[in-house]
Design a protein around this ligand. Structure first.
Ligand code: MN
Length: 421
């Protein structure tokens, strides 16, 4: 049994077993700095470092905790992450150096009193397409059930290079984008605002130590390059996507915004929730073959709230474990050419859909391309997202009497900006 002097209800996402990292600044003013969430407070890691509370000289002397992003800490690697986690855990126990009134004043903030920032400087963002259910649903809608999965899909984790500059922190408003679209089977485009705004329920992992240019990372070594995970909403304009996506994949349909949750949950915290992913058949090529298809049991939920609703309404329940390709396979495939990853790079899963219709991770699938509108408690219906709609994604792993959770990633759709053309 692990104890702490911080009161933590059993349904809190931020148990003593979690200890996710983020970057915050006090609402009353002050520089962005690294923090750790526990219960409903944040431990200020700059103070922790100034007090030299690590049992590790390198950590006590490192500049990593004086920076406004996690990148330098993430680059230190798993041994140092473990050392930091163990020192933080120790200091949160009753009777520790931090367990007194003056230290509570100095080292802790209420989460309600802080502003969260992007936890990392993201140099590159890659988005995969690793849910078999999602790829099958989309393939069925856009082609036909017989050739829903492309011939490559079961042999490699399909992905594309996304846009890092427009990855934003949870809570950032999202303006409806403009673009080219076509109606029906027309091949004459019109210009205007997207009419088919969508979300994609995803999770993403952040790279710790990178790999040298020209040096692939093996599937067995991949773990040591993954620092932790966040929730990802990969906003998508389906009408723009339909017209532009062939032959090189999505461009404007995805490049306007991707939202992430503020707290990075480490692989150490997720270890008790390892499970086997789906059986892979055909067997992947040797460079994609791990000991087994290990992934995590993380319950995921999407909620929608219109401006007329007083509380959010759940429209999807899915799970990270449904993904066909796991993170190590994605990372090994990404680098097999020699492509170098750098600390802070974001690799997202692709939409995480499950086997049943209530587990579909996008409006496109939930409403089956608009043919089955969703009823909302305010009496309105949705085929896709309306201006003013807020999308809230949450996720957690359930332990015995505790949770390792991700908090939320939220975003509200705003009317399109006015253009001067
Ligand atoms: Mn996506």
């Amino acid at each position: 049994m692990q104890t702490t002097f911080i009161p933590i209800p059993p349904d809190s996402h931020f148990s003593i077993q979690n200890l996710p990292y983020g970057v915050f600044s006090p609402r009353e003013g002050g520089e962005p700095r690294i923090g750790v969430a526990v219960g409903d407070v944040v431990l200020d890691m700059r103070v922790f470092h100034d007090l030299a509370l690590f049992d590790d000289d390198l950590l006590n002397n490192s500049n990593a905790f004086n920076e406004p992003t996690l990148n330098s800490f993430m680059a230190l690697g798993r041994d140092k992450w473990r050392a930091a986690r163990s020192a933080i855990k120790q200091q949160l126990q009753p009777g520790s150096f931090l367990d007194n009134e003056s230290m509570r004043q100095l080292a802790f903030f209420r989460q309600a009193d802080v502003i969260m920032h992007l936890p990392v400087a993201i140099g590159d963002y890659t988005d995969f397409y690793s849910s078999r259910e999602h790829a099958t649903n989309v393939g069925t809608m856009f082609r036909a059930a017989e050739n829903a999965l492309m011939p490559n899909w079961l042999h490699l984790p399909v992905g594309y290079h996304g846009r890092a500059s427009s990855v934003v922190i949870s809570g950032t408003p999202i303006a409806r984008p403009h673009g080219q679209t076509v109606r029906g089977d027309s091949t004459t485009p019109e210009f205007g605002t997207s009419r088919l705004m969508d979300f994609e329920l995803e999770m993403g992992f952040l790279i710790g130590p990178g790999n040298e240019f020209g040096r692939p990372v093996s599937v067995k070594e991949a773990w040591n390059h993954i620092f932790g995970l966040v929730l990802v909403n990969d906003w998508s304009a389906r009408d723009i996507q339909k017209w532009e996506y062939q032959p090189l994949g999505p461009f404007n349909a995805k490049n306007f915004a991707t939202s992430i949750s503020p707290w990075v949950v480490t692989l150490e915290a997720l270890e008790p929730f390892l499970v086997n992913g789906p059986q892979q058949d055909p067997e992947p090529l040797p460079y994609l073959r791990g000991k087994s298809n290990r992934t995590y049991n993380i319950a995921l939920e999407v909620q929608l709230q219109s401006t007329q609703m007083t509380e959010p309404h759940t429209i999807c329940r899915s799970n990270f474990k449904y993904l066909y390709w796991n993170m190590c396979q994605q990372l090994a495939h990404h680098t097999i050419t020699g492509c170098n990853l750098r600390p802070g790079d974001l690799l997202a899963s692709g939409t995480i859909s499950g086997p049943t219709p209530d587990a579909y991770g996008s409006m496109l699938e939930l409403t089956w391309r608009g043919t089955k509108p969703i009823d909302l408690p305010d009496g309105t219906t949705r085929k896709f997202l309306a201006d003013g709609d807020t999308v809230i994604m949450t996720g957690y792993a359930q332990g015995d009497g505790y949770r390792v959770g991700f908090g939320e990633v939220t975003g509200q759709i705003q009317p399109a900006v006015s253009l001067t053309i």
